[in-house]
Design a protein around this ligand. Sequence first.
Ligand code: NAD
Length: 505
Amino acid sequence: MATVGDRDELPVTAPYTGAVVGTVPRCRPADVAAAVDRARSAQSAWAARSIEDRAQVLDRFADSVLADRERLLDAIQVETGKTRFDALTEVLDVALTAGYYAQHGPGQVGATRRDSRLPGLTRVETDHHPVGVAGFVEPWNYPLTLAISDFLPALLAGNAVVLKPAEETPFTALLAHELLVDAGVPADLVQVVTGEGAPLGEPLISRVDQITFTGSTATGREIATLAGKHLVDASLELGGKNPAVVLADADLDAAVRALVWGSYANAGQLCISFERIYVERPVYDEFRDRFVSATDAQTLGATFDYGPDVGSLVSEAQRSVVEEHVADARERGATVLTGGRRRDDVGPLFYEPTVLADLPESATAATEETFGPVVTVEPVPDAQAAVERANATDYGLHASVWTADRERGVDLANRIRTGSVSVNDAFVGMWGSTDAPMGGVADSGVGRRHGPEGIRKFTEVQTVATQRGPPLVPAESIPTRFLARAATLGVRTVRELGRRWPPWE
Ligand code: NAD
């Protein structure tokens, strides 16, 4: 077997052509140990710099990803086979996230005065300290957005980072590393360890101080087990089976346009894309027909120019999953309204955007994430039934609700059990609102990215309580019986004051 240095080679394949475009080292556990050591040795100097200084580095990085976007777009497209526009959304996301944390992050992890139950006696403050070295295991579907954006808040908070990118997409991560260093990140502070996940999981998790994982629910469970074993805090962003609900009063033009895009963006290999659409019966036939013809109008293409709507799937393994789900649906009596075919004429891993109807509950695609351009449409009698269908899953990542009545939309959103819901939008307004946390409930994960939640998880909160008077310990000169009465009276008084405070309300 070929080697890089004395490590075996891991080939990287371009989905557009099937050709091997390069190799990276298949790192071993010892490489992970060395990477964590090196990152840790760079961390204290980084943490000692002011947070404003670190914010400036992130800001410069935001500028450089925009300036160098063509190179990044090429790398992302070569490794993933996605369209140039899908690749651009990654670049824009990284610039937005870096800019957001550069501007708001310092205020989110600064020192805060807390209420004291003994005002005048105890002054209480909390502060956020970096955890140390944060580990990241990331997937192939958004090799820039997920692998890089996820760790930007960790860097701002003063941590070092060790990243294990997906086997399919190491070059995007390595290119982003180059841009980070150019922007002023010390070279050793961010370590990229290439290779397969399973052999490197425990070596990484046993050494880092926090682990962030984005990927499948099955791997997420393994990561959570290792995090439990090594008592490391874990943030897990996992799979989904995202529902959209279209009520009878919805703007059907907008709903069809947004849900077609929201189902086939990144060829459906997107954690928040839609795989189930529930439509109120009075508008079901019209919605279905319009959705199918808009799906038919989607263009496929393998090009490094802007143009096609839908790109390639990433790998043969991913296309097999899609084909198996559609074959199983057909066997169990589902109707394929459009699509349902490979498109080898476009590229070796292309698959047509596909709409299923009459999908029985027993079908694999009814419950398991397909992670491809396949979506099911189903009529429902009313909004309550739509909520029940939306919630009939073990996942809980994202949902979309369509109605002319925005208040009703928010009410419906509150009844859907997901980490985020978009009303009258697919997901861009939600994802693009970097101040708002996103993440999953139930089998879709634990923890949130974005917003204050997305940076504080990379810190340890420390409480410092400073006494102004004598220390609060039982005084030897006061009998315990008297002290017990005084302390009880004190707690009663504090509770009473709490109830009546402020007196003008
Ligand atoms: P995956 O779980 O197979 O792999 C993800 C990463 O984990 C890769 O880097 C891989 O090398 C590594 N890995 C695999 N097995 C491992 C192990 N035993 N120990 C440690 N690391 C291991 O997922 P994938 O197929 O690359 O990604 C697709 C999945 O990711 C989908 O389920 C999708 O929904 C999910 N996803 C979720 C989000 C989110 O934010 N919730 C975002 C994107 C993708």
